[in-house]
Structures are given as structure tokens and as C-alpha cells.
Design a protein around this ligand. Structure first.
Ligand SMILES: Nc1nc2c(c(=O)[nH]1)N[C@H]1C(S)=C(S)[C@@H](COP(=O)(O)OP(=O)(O)OC[C@H]3O[C@@H](n4cnc5c(=O)[nH]c(N)nc54)[C@H](O)[C@@H]3O)O[C@H]1N2
Ligand SMILES: Nc1nc2c(c(=O)[nH]1)N[C@H]1C(S)=C(S)[C@@H](COP(=O)(O)OP(=O)(O)OC[C@H]3O[C@@H](n4cnc5c(=O)[nH]c(N)nc54)[C@H](O)[C@@H]3O)O[C@H]1N2
Ligand code: SF4
Ligand SMILES: [Mo]
Length: 733
């Protein structure tokens, strides 16, 4: 939507980066320049932008924006480039694609794309995905760094990932557990915090289970329960023990709606392995006092309806899928499924609007006709295996020797685990192409680096991450700066050079019109307004009579509406998993001792458990370079006084955080807001190694192992480190 007021235009848009929230940005433009950004001040609940969205003007006009296509002239990683023309850049990329595909086969082209844009209809990784598919295929990556454990558990337990409620249902709960969940800082839905604040005002009891005392705990919670990372499953299983032994569980619900509770119960009571999973047993593992565990179990089982809310972090651990399987089992034991104010503790997607994960992709594929299915036929590479696969290729058991790496929408050197290994791995391929907006740690490895415009310089339509009930038309505020272009425009030019027919030479608005018409076929909330109405109004809220809740039909009549699982019931015991016969991926949820957890023998050398959290001043690595947001919060490692004192570390000191994989320098935040023996660093600070290889940028992935859980979860909260004070010696002797 565009408004005129004298010489000022006001353009409505939103943010496409991966924070999950989708807020309204009102961009004020005078003479083609953005002067300020304001936000929704209308009817509540407002789609109100955070500091990052409000600071976006600084990102658009940042002095370090990439301006021109560039060719590497230094070594990979140095960041030394020379300017070239678009014609030369596109010729070089097209030649490399053709040469690689014909010489080594299309599978030797690895496409690494991640979360630069999510929820957008047009500008996202599908531009390149389609191009490479139509060229004959490539190797894609698979896995979700965010919540694979949760997606996996939801599929296994409920047969679907649409196992969540809309945020307004928070008002129906009488008890809320925020389990490793911090929505005041890491937005996943724009309105969540607003509803939590109201719940607190109404006297609803809210508890936070988290190694850190987060802003969410400080703002909403009556109680903070600190817990050792990666041990949550033990606590959940012990809560089940309390419910079973005190007969607090909802046996009628379990009988009617679930399979396999009997097997789980035997495990909990110790009938299968001789170890009763009592609160005392769990206390030793997770560090939460037995009485606290028992009290939480009693509250959750008796104060109804109740929500156990979680997203990704506790599952981003070794055996993280067990956490989500156990959480869903407790939701079933307390009968909090299919009712207002409950929550299935599955993947938190409500069934409303476009299927968020697949919708936009499906539309785009459908519209481009019969894609050669190349991409999907080739074995995809897990996001934690990229570096290993580049280094080892076929000899290491991978499907190809990767000769060309194409990177868009991702700062993977920084964001995927084991950065030091990434640096070695990216010396291997013959060609690396990166589409970026900034000279990120990943962009420095490009041979050909292409400048991309920001979302304020193009048109799009967006919907929230988790099927929130609205769409926003992202109007174009200004023309693309410098020589920047969209990924789509680049792919259109490449398609012409490569002789690919039918890629689609439409304008942005022509594409969007087609996508929007097609969206009708992918949504259950019809009718949608027509394209021109959407564009004029800016925001389309899907009218809902009541909160959308998961499994209401199943709750009412499970015989007529079976769960979409093989048994038709909630699978506490999964036959599918039993058939896999993998002791590390058992058919019922079980606590499995994690690697790099509190009882790993390596704690002798590296006694501190490190978690990496999402920062309120960034979206991953995006916006790390903006001075306004830097002022909001310094980049630090949180450390408890009990761990700082014996190391001689004072608040504000520079410290070295290290293990066998690498070392980083960072400022210490000495605080009681993190439990002893645990330290935390926000992910996303830009990797900046010194001559000694020690990272002065504070990039946490230098410390992490590139390893996933048995189901494929990204284990970025399973890591052991040591910390020491870093003394800076003068250079003059
Ligand atoms: N501002 C901002 N918002 C974001 C993002 C961002 O980068 N910035 N990123 C978005 C994305 S892509 C994602 S995936 C989500 C991530 O959303 P989350 O996974 O919810 O976010 P995290 O900050 O990783 O972790 C949430 C909380 O879990 C705690 N925690 C860590 N490990 C454990 C554990 O083992 N057990 C327990 N009980 N708690 C633990 C942390 O201390 C933290 O307070 O956030 C989204 N929102
Ligand atoms: N240790 C640790 N590591 C983590 C996590 C953690 O909790 N701990 N969290 C993980 C999670 S949940 C996630 S989702 C990932 C995120 O991993 P990434 O998606 O790799 O992280 P971003 O920093 O968002 O990088 C996106 C890049 O895309 C660029 N970009 C933005 N818009 C466009 C565009 O239109 N076109 C192109 N070509 N580029 C664009 C941005 O400038 C940015 O550099 O990180 C993961 N890494
Ligand atoms: S960064 Fe996320 S929470 Fe902040 S304004 Fe943009 S969409 Fe909203
Ligand atoms: Mo994520």
C-alpha cells in the first residue's frame, strides 16, 4: 500500500528475514530516499515491528552494502575482490554451471540455501532451485537447523506438523510452561508476547524452564526453573513418573486417543531396565531439585487447560527428538490435546491459511509446470554434513565430489556448525558463487559475488512463519540501490544465457498476480481478496471466529476422525520407529545420555556446557553490522559468578572460549541470569579470525561439532568448552 502526504510517500511492507514474526513496516520515502520507518498503530492486536525492523533503514543504506558484481582476486576467505560488469559476471556463472554439469555431472553442483527470506512468495531460494532443476539437477541440502527434532516428533507422534494453536488461544489457558522458549526476544509470532502479557495480567501462572533467566521469564513468569541443557527429557520422564505413581494422568484420554502408553509406563516405572525414573533420578541428571520436578508435574496434571510451549532449543541437542516426543507424551497424559487452552506440544503450526512450510514452494513449482525432477531425485546433503562432504566427496561415502558450490540466502560459514572446518572445506571446490547483500564471512569465499537488493527495493507477498492468520503485501519502497538485483532477476538472465526455455520472463508483479490466484487452491480460508485489493490494503487478516486449535475433530470423535498416523491414534509408541531397530531412536520417548552433556567424561577438560541462543538485536547474522542495534546489547558470553570467580573473570573482561575445535575472544557478562556450569553465546556474530586463527568476532560455530542427532536435529546446544581470562599484552614489549 502507498499513501501520499505532500512530497512524502508511505509504503506498507514487512520483513522477510527469518525471525518468524511478520510485522507491519511503514516506510516513509521522500524524493526516493527512506527517511524513517514506523509501524502498525491500529487496532489490537497490532502487528507491531521490533527494533530490528524499525532500524532497517540503516541496513539499506549501510556503507558496507555490496554494490557491484565482483570477482575474487585474493585467496578464498580474504575478501579481496575486483569490480566486474554484470555481463561478465553472468557469463562466468553460466559457463561454470555448464562446464561443471557436463564435465562432472549435475550432482557435483551443490546448492546451499537457507533462511535469508522465509514466507515470501517470490523472492526466496526457489529462484535458484528452479533454475538448477531446469538445467538438469543439482545436490540440494536438507534438514532444519531450527526444529528438526520437533518436526520429526510431530510427524511420528501425531502424523502431521500442523499440531499447534493460534496465539490468541493463550488467553484460554490456566497454566503455561515456557520450556526453552523465549518469545519476548526471539519472535516467532508477532502477537505472542501481547497475549502472554494479558494472560499474566489475568493471573495465569506462567513458569519458565530454561538455563537462562530470559526476558520472557522476567516479563511473564512467576517461577524460573533453571535446567542443564540437553537433559530436559529426563525431567519430562520424571514428571510422567509423578503423574503415574500419584494417578494424576488422564487414563480415559490415553485409552481413547493413544497407542503405546503401557510400554512407556513400563519404562518410566523401571520395569524394563530396573531404573525407576523418579524425580530423584532426574535431579542427578538435569540439576532441578526433585521437589520442583514433582510440583511442576502436579500443576501440569491438575490445572487445566494448560499449555506446554516450546519451539526448538531443547531439541537442538544430542537426541533432541526425544525431548519433543516426551513433551507430546506429557500433553497426552494430561489430556491437553484438542481443547481450547491446551497445546499438543507438537510442531506449533496451526492449520490455518497456506500450509506455511510447503505452500509457497508448491505454488511456484506448480506454476512453472513440469520441472525435471532432478533435484529431488538426487540424494540431498544434510546441513551438518556439508563441510565433511566437500572435504571427502565420494571417498567419504558421499554421492559426489562437489565441484561447484552455489550459495544464496545463507551465511553458512558463520551459521552452520564447525566454522574452522568450513574454512578448510571451501578451499576444495573449483567454483563458488554467492548471492549476497553484504560482505559476510561466507561472501568472502566467493569466486563470483553478486549483489542482491533488499526487500524494500522489490515487490513480494508474505505470510508468517507458523501459519499465522494474515498476509502482507510487500510494496516496493525505493528502486534497487547501486547495481544490485534480485535473485530472481539474476536467474532470469542466467536462464537466457543457458538456453533454458520456460523459466518465466515475467515481471515481479506478473509473478505475484499468478501466485496469488494460485494461493486460493492452497488455503482453507477462502475467499482471498483479489490481488489489487490485497496490494491496496497492504494487510489481509484471515477472519477467525475463534482460535484455531489442533485435533479438535479427533478429540470430539476419534473414530470418525483418526489421527493421520499409521495406527490412527497418537503414537506414544511408534511401530515405524520400532521397525528401524535403532537403539538411539527408540519407539517410545526415552532419555539417552547426550554427548557433550553434563556427564560426558570430556567435562574434565571442558567443564562448561555452552548453549547458543538467538539474539534480540539480530536475526541470525543479519544486522550484526548495524550500529543502532549494536547499541541495544553488546555481544557477550553469559557466565555465572560461581564460574567466573575461580577463573578471575570480571564483568566486561575479554575472555577466550575454547575447545578442541577452535577458540573465540568475547566479552564476559557475569550474571546470575545463567545457571552455574552453563554459559551462553548468541549465535550470529560475524566470524573474524586473527592471524593466530582465534576468532575475534565471537562466532559461536567455531566451537561446535558438525554433528546431528539420530533423527537429524542440529545439535547446537550440545557443546562443552573451557573459558579463561584473556590478557592483552602491549605490542611495544
Ligand atoms: N530476535 C530473533 N528472533 C528470532 C531469531 C533470531 O535470530 N533473532 N531466529 C528465529 C529462528 S530461525 C528460530 S529457529 C527461532 C529459535 O527459537 P528458539 O529455539 O526458541 O530460540 P533460542 O534462543 O535458541 O532458545 C530459546 C531458549 O531456550 C533456552 N535453551 C537452550 N538450550 C536449552 C535446553 O537444552 N533446554 C532448555 N530447557 N532450554 C534451552 C535458551 O536459553 C533460550 O532462552 O527464533 C526465531 N526468532
Ligand atoms: N550455533 C548455532 N548455530 C545456529 C543456530 C543456533 O542456534 N546456534 N541457529 C540455526 C538456525 S535456527 C538457523 S535458521 C540458521 C540460519 O542460517 P542462515 O540462514 O545461513 O543465517 P542468516 O544469518 O539468516 O543468513 C542469511 C543470509 O542471507 C542474506 N540475504 C538476505 N536476503 C537475501 C536475499 O534476498 N537474497 C540473497 N541471496 N541473500 C539474502 C543475508 O544478508 C544473510 O547473510 O542458523 C543456524 N545456526
Ligand atoms: S525483524 Fe521480525 S519481529 Fe522485527 S519487525 Fe521484522 S518481522 Fe517483526
Ligand atoms: Mo531457525
Amino acid at each position: 500500500m502507498v499513501h501520499h502526504n505532500g512530497s512524502e510517500r508511505t509504503v506498507i511492507t514487512s520483513c522477510p528475514h527469518d525471525c518468524g514474526g511478520r510485522c507491519v513496516l511503514k516506510v516513509h520515502v521522500t524524493n526516493g530516499m527512506i527517511t524513517r520507518i514506523t509501524t502498525d498503530e491500529g487496532k489490537e492486536p497490532q502487528l507491531r515491528a521490533c527494533a530490528r525492523g524499525r532500524a532497517y533503514r540503516q541496513r539499506v543504506y549501510a556503507p558496507d552494502r555490496l554494490r557491484y558484481p565482483m570477482l575474487r582476486t585474493g585467496s578464498r576467505g580474504d575478501g579481496v575482490f575486483t569490480r566486474i560488469s554484470w555481463d561478465e559476471a553472468l557469463d562466468r556463472v553460466a559457463d561454470a554451471l555448464k562446464r561443471t554439469a557436463t564435465t562432472y555431472g549435475p550432482e557435483s553442483i551443490l546448492y546451499v540455501a537457507y533462511s535469508g527470506n522465509t514466507g515470501t512468495f517470490l523472492h526466496n531460494q526457489l529462484s535458484v532451485f528452479r533454475l538448477l532443476s531446469m538445467l538438469g539437477g543439482f545436490t540440494p541440502v536438507w534438514g532444519s537447523a531450527s526444529f528438526w527434532g520437533s518436526l520429526f516428533s510431530s510427524e511420528v507422534t501425531y502424523g502431521t506438523v500442523t499440531a499447534g494453536h493460534t496465539s490468541d488461544d493463550i488467553l484460554n489457558a490456566r497454566f503455561i510452561i515456557m520450556w526453552g522458549w523465549n518469545p519476548a526476544e526471539t519472535v516467532q509470532r508477532t502477537t505472542t508476547a501481547w497475549y502472554l502479557a494479558q494472560a499474566r495480567e489475568r493471573g495465569v501462572r506462567i513458569v519458565s524452564v530454561d538455563p537462562r533467566y530470559t526476558d520472557s521469564a522476567a516479563t511473564f513468569a512467576a517461577q524460573w526453573i533453571p535446567i542443564r541443557p540437553a537433559t530436559d527429557t529426563a525431567m519430562l520422564v520424571a514428571m510422567a513418573h509423578v503423574m503415574i505413581t500419584e494417578q494424576l494422568h488422564d487414563q480415559a484420554f490415553l485409552d481413547r486417543h493413544t497407542v503405546g502408553f503401557d510400554v512407556f509406563q513400563k519404562y518410566v516405572l523401571g520395569e524394563t531396565d530396573g531404573i525407576p525414573k523418579t524425580p530423584a533420578w532426574a535431579e542427578h541428571i538435569c540439576g532441578v531439585p526433585a521437589q520442583t520436578i514433582a510440583a511442576l508435574a502436579r500443576d501440569y496434571a491438575t490445572v487445566k487447560p494448560a499449555k506446554l510451549l516450546t519451539l526448538g532449543a531443547p531439541g537442538r541437542t544430542a537426541f533432541g527428538e526425544q525431548f519433543h516426543r516426551a513433551a507430546a507424551t506429557l500433553a497426552a497424559m494430561t489430556g491437553n490435546i484438542g481443547i481450547y487452552g491446551g497445546e499438543p506440544a507438537g510442531f506449533g503450526l496451526p492449520a490455518v491459511g497456506l500450509q506455511p512450510l510447503a505452500g509457497t514452494g508448491l505454488i511456484s513449482r506448480k506454476l512453472t509446470g513440469n520441472l525435471p525432477d532432478g533435484a529431488r531425485q538426487r540424494p540431498a546433503l544434510h546441513i551438518t554434513k556439508i563441510w565433511d562432504a566437500l572435504l571427502k566427496g565420494k571417498e567419504g561415502g558421499y554421492a559426489a565430489d562437489f565441484k561447484m558450490v552455489y550459495i544464496t540466502n545463507s551465511n553458512c560459514v558463520n551459521q552452520f556448525m564447525n566454522t574452522t572446518k568450513a574454512v578448510r572445506a571451501l578451499q576444495i571446490p573449483e567454483t563458488i558463487v554467492v548471492h549476497e547483500q553484504f560482505m559476510t564471512p561466507t561472501a568472502r569465499f566467493a569466486d563470483i559475488l553478486l549483489p542482491i537488493n533488499t526487500h524494500l527495493e522489490r515487490y513480494d507477498i508474505i505470510r508468517p512463519w507458523q501459519g499465522g492468520p494474515y498476509y502482507i503485501y510487500m510494496d516496493k519502497a525505493i528502486e534497487p540501490l547501486y547495481e544490485s538485483r534480485s535473485d530472481l532477476a539474476i536467474c532470469q538472465a542466467l536462464a537466457r544465457r543457458l538456453g533454458i526455455e520456460g523459466y518465466g520472463d515475467f515481471t515481479e508483479e506478473q509473478w505475484l498476480r499468478m501466485f496469488w490466484q494460485e494461493a486460493e487452491n492452497f488455503t482453507d480460508t477462502k475467499p482471498l481478496p483479489d490481488y489489487d485489493t490485497l496490494k491496496r490494503e497492504g494487510v489481509h487478516k484471515i477472519p477467525l471466529d475463534a482460535p484455531v486449535i489442533a485435533f479438535a475433530e479427533q478429540r470430539e470423535n476419534p473414530e470418525a476422525h483418526p489421527y493421520p498416523t499409521p495406527s490412527g491414534k497418537i503414537e506414544i509408541y511408534s511401530k515405524k520407529l520400532a521397525d528401524r531397530n535403532d537403539p538411539l531412536l527408540p519407539p517410545i520417548p526415552m532419555y539417552i545420555e547426550p554427548w557433550e552433556g553434563p556427564h560426558d567424561p570430556r567435562t574434565g577438560k571442558y567443564p562448561l556446557q555452552l548453549i547458543s541462543t538467538h539474539s534480540k538485536r539480530r536475526i541470525h547474522s543479519n544486522m550484526h553490522n548495524l550500529p543502532w542495534l549494536r547499541e541495544l546489547e553488546p555481544h557477550t558470553v553469559w557466565i555465572n559468578p560461581a564460574d567466573a570467580a575461580p577463573r578471575g573473570i570480571l564483568h566486561g573482561d575479554t575472555v577466550k572460549v575454547f575447545n578442541d575445535r577452535g577458540a573465540i575472544l568475547i566479552t564476559a557478562k557475569v550474571t546470575e541470569r545463567i545457571m552455574p556450569s552453563v554459559v551462553s553465546i548468541d549465535q550470529g556474530a560475524w566470524y573474524d579470525p586473527g592471524p593466530d586463527g582465534v576468532d575475534r568476532g565471537g562466532c559461536v560455530n567455531v566451537l561446535l561439532e558438525d554433528r546431528c542427532s539420530p533423527a537429524g536435529a542440529f545439535c547446537s546446544n550440545s557443546c562443552l568448552v573451557q573459558i579463561e581470562k584473556h590478557y592483552v599484552y602491549g605490542t611495544d614489549g
